[in-house]
Design a protein around this ligand. Sequence first.
Ligand code: NAD
Ligand code: IPM
Ligand code: MN
Length: 316
Amino acid sequence: MRVAIVPGDGIGREVVPVAEDVLRRLHPEWEYFPVELGFGRWERCGAAIGAEEMRALRDADAILFGAVTTPPDPDYQSVLLQIRRDLDLYANVRPVKGPGFALTIVRENTEGLYSGIEWSLPGSACTLRVVTETGSRRIARYAAGLVRGGRLTIGTKANVLKSDTLFRRCAVEEAEAAGTAWEERYIDALCLDVLMHPARYDVIVTTNIFGDILSDVAGHLVGGLGTLPSANIGDAHAFFEPVHGSAPDIAGRGIANPVAAIRSAAMLLNHFGYTDGAAAVDAAVDAVLAAGVRTPDLGGAATTAQFGAAVLARLV
Ligand code: NAD
Ligand code: IPM
Ligand code: MN
């Protein structure tokens, strides 16, 4: 197995080494190779990613990613969105687990408001929200396949947006075809209900930007962004990253919470069938948190490195 290690920018450079240590502890026989991309690279050489880095990502069996900084500059295109599109990582899977609930947000990852089709005019700017039947059906099928005993919740704004009436129709048809129980919710009400009644939910499928927002909102259920992992899955590539970003407000201080990155590594293990290893990693994180070792975002005083060392100590 060949794993590309992509720290990226900001706290990505602090949490990814911890997650990499965890993978190396379980699988010293795998090949790990660093890939440098992100805003830092852009500042240095004018491009956030080069052809060589893109080739390295394509050649990898799995990618472990930290975070990249994306400045609000009309001339800067997010390298993360470029990678998701280029590798056709269409399913962004974001599990949110806590006492008494385990829900998974499945976010369409290649189109919607992130179509990349946009233009600026004098006095206005337009972004095209493209929702295709093919894109909607494949994400709905993927999400329906994750339902275990519960139901698929389809989150849209189909009361207002034609693009979402199409998404809704495709998702309903795919759920029916798969024999999966389903329900629909408008995304605004869903954002609140997920916080109020998380145990009601199993798998939620939604379009790109709605899934982006909903997953950060759901972070409230589990202590914040420092804990939420994700997987970006395509038919040919698999890419694992925390839900959070580069956190410039705390970067460089060694206090970032590595839980999201470590659990993303556990998702990597799970994806490739190493379910015992994945469970061991999640159990080690749970045990360390239960023992009161926490980074400041969770009210503790542990550093990123101390938390990582405590997890490794439970993995021997
Ligand atoms: P962010 O997720 O980086 O940070 C939001 C807040 O959560 C900050 O207060 C931060 O300190 C805190 N936080 C996030 N992760 C944490 C962790 N592991 N431990 C402790 N605290 C943590 O989001 P933002 O501030 O909106 O964005 C910052 C930059 O990151 C922007 O340039 C944005 O575009 C980029 N971003 C990148 C990704 C990614 O690469 N996957 C995701 C989101 C945002
Ligand atoms: C995420 C991030 C990205 C997104 C940004 C950084 C492009 O917020 O992965 O949740 O909007 O998808
Ligand atoms: Mn986001």
